[in-house]
Design a protein. Sequence first.
Length: 134
Amino acid sequence: MTPDEVKKYYGNGYRFAKETGMSNVSFANWIKWGFVPRGSQLELERITKGKLKFTEDKTDMDEQIIKDAKLSLKKSIKFLQTVQRHIVRQREPLLSRAMFTAWCLDRYINIELGRDIEKAIEYDAHKEKTANGN
């Protein structure tokens, strides 16, 4: 399904959010991106009882993975910058700063990056499955 199909079905972001329980920000992002993410398509197909149909396009999945990874990285960088500003303002000892920075990096590497890797693995498995005609 395309963002235009979702927009045509629901009419606006408010109605979309109210009827699906999803964020109207997601709705706006799909229009901006030009595609509806795979998981959201499946959920919308279920909610609309098949009136909106799941469609998969390789390009959409590539773009989704890249955008998700970029968003995750941007959030992590913004978080680290906020922490750095706080530490500078508070003039905390260097040891506290180093320990907290290490914790932040560990959190990013073990949680956020892990999610990005899982998405890439899922995409590769799907791509291989599609290539084999299954």
